[in-house]
Design a protein around this ligand. Structure first.
Ligand code: UFG
Length: 327
């Protein structure tokens, strides 16, 4: 099977490329390396280019035919999206449309899209299932929801079949420690807490202790990056066998507070992690927990790493490995 992985040099995309390689797929990676890393592409061919460049896309699709396209490339920082909406709508919507138009032009019919829990906004109920109202609170969430709606129209008009996978909090690292999270700047909780454990940072700031949760800190549903990969793999099988567009929420269904997460990091690392109590971060919902039963039922997906300690252990192994932080 020929798979085009757009954004395959980034955090989740690079894990997916390794996963597809292990399944015997022929993988082509398209990445502009704006935030991805060349050395994170462990198999397949890397084409360096940008979705803004429609001539480049023509060359990619003319040279090879693909059974499925997976799209991981996007701008992902919620706070940045509020101050730079133009960047987010261009990168996440306009450029995605270039990719979709190339697929229609070259008759590639299967698409898997990296969506997000941010499309739901402030939860009206929890755990959040697929039917939950979509009220994104920032340009990042809105850009992803726009693409989901565009995909419905492209299915109706052009027969392009898509699966949108709405990640809750992607976390952890390759259990073989070849890949991990390498964002610059890093904004995600687990790598920041682990950098406080390793001494790369002095402390972790907890954004708010006055939420309506048991210990006052925000609750999130952390899902191992490899479990996200297995869901993508099952999504490919579903597109091939059923040929239907579908949407799935992906999480473990277990919520952990920021304080609980810090406590697990202390246990796993054996380090004393300094904590500073800070103000709430704008736009953070108190609790985001997935109801992933549709993915379990319809895709046959079972997360393997439902234990937060295992997720943190893999992230810690990666954080502790020096080579994870060069280039
Ligand atoms: N947090 C801190 N201190 C930090 C960083 C984060 O207390 O230094 C807290 C946040 O306030 C939040 C939790 O840790 O409550 C998790 O924050 P992350 O930044 O790791 O993740 P988010 O939940 O904000 O974001 C994730 C994805 C986004 C997606 C969003 C959906 O990374 O892509 O979920 O709301 F949009």
């Amino acid at each position: 099977m020929n798979v085009l992985v757009v954004g395959g040099a980034g955090y989740i995309g690079s894990h997916m490329v390794k996963y597809l390689g292990n399944q015997g797929c022929s993988v082509t990676v398209l990445d502009n390396l704006s935030s991805g890393h060349r050395d994170a592409v462990l198999c397949g061919e890397l084409l360096v280019g940008d979705l803004a460049d429609c001539d480049f896309l023509d060359q990619v699709f003319e040279k090879q035919s693909f059974d499925v396209v997976m799209h991981f490339a996007s701008s992902i920082m919620v706070g940045e999206s509020v101050v730079k909406p133009s960047l987010y709508y261009r990168n996440n919507v306009t450029h995605t449309q270039n990719l979709l138009d190339a697929m229609v032009k070259y008759d590639v019919q299967h698409f898997i899209f990296s969506s997000t829990a941010a499309i739901f906004g402030e939860p009206e109920y929890t755990p959040i299932d697929e039917l939950h109202p979509k009220c994104p609170m920032n340009p990042y969430g809105r850009s992803k929801w726009m693409v989901e709606q565009i995909l419905e129209d492209y299915d109706r008009a052009y027969g392009l079949k898509s699966i949108c996978l709405r990640y809750f909090n992607a976390a952890g690292a390759d259990p073989e420690c070849e890949l991990g999270e390498r964002h610059d700047p890093e904004t995600h909780l687990i790598p920041l807490v682990l950098q406080a454990a390793s001494g790369k940072r002095d402390a972790i700031t907890v954004f708010g202790r006055d939420y309506d949760t048991e210990d006052g800190t925000c609750i999130r549903d952390y899902i191992h990056v490899n479990d996200l990969c297995s869901a993508h793999w099952l999504a490919i099988q579903s597109l091939k066998s059923r040929g239907e567009s579908q949407r799935f929420n992906l999480g473990n269904g277990n919520g952990f507070s920021v304080q609980q997460l810090i406590d697990v990091c202390r246990e796993v690392t054996g380090k004393d992690i300094q904590v500073i109590d800070g103000e709430r971060r704008e736009g953070d919902p108190a609790a985001l927990v997935a109801d992933a039963s549709r993915a379990q039922l319809e895709l046959g997906w079972t997360p393997k790493f439902d234990d937060l300690s295992a997720i943190v252990s893999h992230a810690w192994a990666w954080e502790s490995k020096d080579c994870g932080h060069v280039g």
